[in-house]
Design a protein around this ligand. Sequence first.
Ligand SMILES: CC(C)(COP(=O)(O)OP(=O)(O)OC[C@H]1O[C@@H](n2cnc3c(N)ncnc32)[C@H](O)[C@@H]1OP(=O)(O)O)[C@@H](O)C(=O)NCCC(=O)NCCS
Length: 441
Amino acid sequence: MGILKDRFKAKADTHAAEIKELLSKNGDKPIGEVKLSQIYQGMRGITGLVSETSLLDAQEGIRFRGYSIPELREKLPKANGGTEPLPEGLFHLLILGELPTAEDVNFVTSVWQRRSHVPNHVFATIDALPLTAHPMTMFVTGVMALQTESNFAKQYAEGISKKDYWSTVFDDTMDLIARLPRIAAYVYRRKYKDNKHIQPDGLLDWAGNLAHMMGFEDEGFKELMRLYMTIHSDHEGGNVSAHTTHLVGSALSDPYLSYAAGMNGLAGPLHGLANQEVIKWIFELQNEIGTKSPTKEQIAAYVKKTLKEGKVVPGYGHAVLRKTDPRFTAQMEFSKKHMPKDPLVQTVWNIYEVVPPILKSLGKIKNPWPNVDAHSGALLVHYGLVEYEFYTVLFAVSRALGVLASLCWDRALNLPLERPKSVTTRSVKLWLEGKDEIWEG
Ligand SMILES: CC(C)(COP(=O)(O)OP(=O)(O)OC[C@H]1O[C@@H](n2cnc3c(N)ncnc32)[C@H](O)[C@@H]1OP(=O)(O)O)[C@@H](O)C(=O)NCCC(=O)NCCS
């Protein structure tokens, strides 16, 4: 693993020196103003975090280390005979800030292949849960059981210097990412395939092996997994899963604990669980109307009914984005190439035409456009992955690439314990009366 780790350390040292210089000259510059309303509204629009791996532009969407999704689909190395980027390359880009060569990608693939062994007690722990448990509960439980393998936790207990934290966090990151496909596939086969498991194929790439262990050998599905794992990986630092991983990591909880905490956030319906909600919502629509190909008028009526019942239209809206999510567009392009006649995919496209004008007409929704979750389920169903409760687990495997690359940077830059100030409404009232000493923490 030497090469990547050494390159990371060299980059991190240079970057830390740059930040030191930048702060010595500009550390007192105000970066924004916080309005009272913002602290009651989920801290929207407050800049309060550093996350080096990606940046979200409200109009353009996500850029990973400055590269847009269309650029990365073109520039990142592909599997032999494939056309979609290998997620190993995206990880290389996130952690080093440099586009990888094919050789760099092969190196990451081979490290993850070598480190993918999952000890038996992890499977036994998952087996202790009832089959009715949600796949995300099984997955995170598996990750928690795997925490016994944390090098960081062991070395911290033995006593290591602060300046060496990054090294074992880096090792844990590579181990954990390497092992996640095995845990995810185990959960899938246990819950949906009579507990009949498939051994890893030591020659396959990370996403291809995940597809294989789940029981999907179609090359189209493997390509979809490569694209899916690439585009779901990171969405700057303030979203629930990234922020939680960073926050918990700031307490020096090891990468297993930090990632598991973040994924519990991903399991929320306003975050990663929305992809299961989308497909569930479309299946309910099909059932209610009694057709696999509802018309635009039928879709519009169902959308209005959903809103009237006080529910959200899943897959639409975003806390930061104000245009169609480029992750939605990438999946739409994939489906136009591989399955343009699929009725479920066509329904997703019809929903895309129908929903935005309806949401706009309500006047209160800041972003009426689709997010990443609006399309993913239809692609998965096309290849036979119909068990939609499992979808967030795939999201979680992908999200590891971004949140754990960021965690390596957090420790390499020695970022401190995160601890923002909170207030009570009583203290706010006193402050408004001019008794501002109550702000003292
Ligand atoms: C993603 C989401 C949580 C962002 O929330 P937000 O930043 O508060 O969004 P807004 O500021 O636009 O919300 C303003 C209002 O519009 C509503 N709204 C936003 N998106 C909506 C949607 N897709 N359907 C119906 N109503 C929606 C909000 O619930 C809120 O209503 P309220 O004032 O009555 O409470 C929200 O758009 C949502 O719930 N979407 C559906 C779930 C989803 O797809 N999540 C995945 C995100 S990647």
